[in-house]
Design a protein around this ligand. Structure first.
Ligand SMILES: Cc1cc2nc3c(=O)[nH]c(=O)nc-3n(C[C@H](O)[C@H](O)[C@H](O)COP(=O)(O)O)c2cc1C
Length: 167
């Protein structure tokens, strides 16, 4: 599929079929995340693949409870010390953002649904996954075959979000 077709097709999917996700597809999308750029190539991330029902439910209790219905959840963790800081901005968030979007687009290409999950109580979520204290749990996504076909969600016009030469 052409990249722009993948970008057009991606949606946040919040209903999933119970069909398992082929291991080869999980590996494919993790590989897409692995190849993402990062601050000074620091690759401050670790991705956790969660299939165990118990662990999924523990994680889902920390927010967005419906994610437990997906056959797989992928969690993206970062070691902030391994990434960069500039003018008080911590770049691990960007590093994870880019890697997660690689992963999400690769999943879309394989016909799999995802949904960026940024809202959860971090401490119980970390506990559910055994994430060490010094590591941040930045985002998760459910992963599986979509059981809904949402229409495209509106976006601002290009003219509203771009300018030339000056802000
Ligand atoms: C950083 C980030 C965090 C998000 N967190 C959540 C979330 O916690 N729960 C949720 O249902 N959707 C979450 N979303 C999905 C957005 O609501 C969704 O991308 C937006 O409404 C546009 O819809 P679309 O992805 O289908 O185009 C998040 C998206 C981003 C980029």
């Amino acid at each position: 599929m052409e990249l722009m077709d993948v970008i057009h097709q991606r949606r946040s999917i919040r209903k999933y079929k119970s069909d398992p996700v082929p291991e080869a597809d999980i590996e494919y999308i993790l590989e897409a995340a692995r190849l993402a750029p990062s601050w000074a190539n620091s690759q401050c991330w670790k991705f956790i693949v969660i299939k165990d029902e118990n662990v999924k439910h523990q994680l889902a209790k920390a927010g967005n409870g419906w994610i437990a219905d997906a056959p797989v959840i992928i969690a993206a963790c970062a070691n902030p010390v391994k990434s960069g800081i500039k003018a008080d901005q911590q770049y691990y968030m960007l590093d994870i953002g880019i890697a997660m979007e690689h992963l999400i687009l690769a999943a879309t290409e394989r016909g799999l649904g995802t949904c960026w999950i940024g809202w959860f109580d971090e401490e119980p979520a970390k506990k559910a996954l055994g994430v060490p204290d010094n590591i941040r749990l930045v985002a998760t996504t459910p992963l599986g075959y979509p059981d809904e076909s949402p229409k495209p969600r509106g976006r601002k016009e290009l003219s509203e979000i771009t300018s030339f030469e000056k802000y």
